[in-house]
Design a protein around this ligand. Structure first.
Ligand code: ADP
Length: 220
């Protein structure tokens, strides 16, 4: 049976966003990226955005209760009735527990962990430029902003892709997501994918995994 209720884990710069956009389109389920939801809220200056901005810019996590509320609302939308793909959530054990509380015991099909070593993601993030309008991502080590090849907008460095914020985010990731990986593995829900391959190869592995009849904890 094809998995349709998915969590995708992976260090910043692991290619999570790119893979999630493609997978969500293929599965015809909404791609719920908590980072994107928060950044949109910051741009629109909503209460959520005003509250979240200082955490995001410092490379810190937004408080659990805030982000759990955001995800709960997204999963309750009619468009999420037949499945969803969570990108960037859960990030902490309390978030994971809150998620399974909302969903019930059989509510999640699989947590896919895209595994890329730390030194590789530091290099990727330092040169990453993201279009503010359409989310197109490219690598430009020598320029802080470049023209977007998709929509004609500007792709620039994210405000949290500074060297200091990158270091903080990666440190948080290891502290918070390490235990989370074990938590998913204990429940037989974790599937690990080697993310240090080309985007197409990573996608092919994920696609096979999502189509599989069962998910083996820790499977490559
Ligand atoms: P990255 O994975 O590159 O840090 P995201 O786009 O997933 O980027 O998130 C950007 C920022 O949004 C995070 O640094 C954090 O401040 C906030 N954020 C996103 N998801 C969560 C979450 N599940 N819990 C707490 N904060 C979050």
């Amino acid at each position: 049976m094809t998995a349709r209720r998915l969590v995708v884990l992976g260090r910043q710069g692991a290619g999570k966003g790119t893979q999630c956009v493609r997978l969500a389109a293929d599965l015809a389920v909404p791609h719920v990226s908590t980072g994107d939801v928060l950044r949109a809220a910051v741009r629109q200056r909503t209460n959520l955005g005003l509250e979240a901005k200082r955490f995001i810019d410092a490379g810190d996590l937004v408080p659990d209760e805030v982000i759990v509320g955001v995800v709960r609302e997204k999963l309750a939308e009619p468009v999420a009735r037949n499945g969803w793909l969570l990108d960037g959530f859960p990030r902490t054990l309390p978030q994971a527990e809150a998620l399974l509380d909302v969903l019930g015991d059989d509510g999640l099909d699989v947590a896919i962990d895209i595994d890329v070593p730390n030194d590789v993601v530091v290099a990727r993030l330092s040169s990453r430029r993201v279009c503010e309008s359409c989310g197109w991502v490219t690598s430009a080590p020598d320029a802080l902003s470049v023209d977007c090849a998709e929509c004609g907008g500007i792709a620039s460095r994210r405000s949290d892709d500074t060297p200091e914020a990158i270091a903080r985010r990666l440190a948080h990731y290891d502290e918070e997501v390490g235990p989370l990986q074990a938590w998913f593995a204990d429940r037989g829900l974790l599937a690990r994918v080697d993310g240090n391959l080309s985007p197409d190869e990573v996608y092919a592995t994920i696609r096979r995994l999502v189509q599989g009849d069962s998910v083996v904890s820790g499977a490559a």
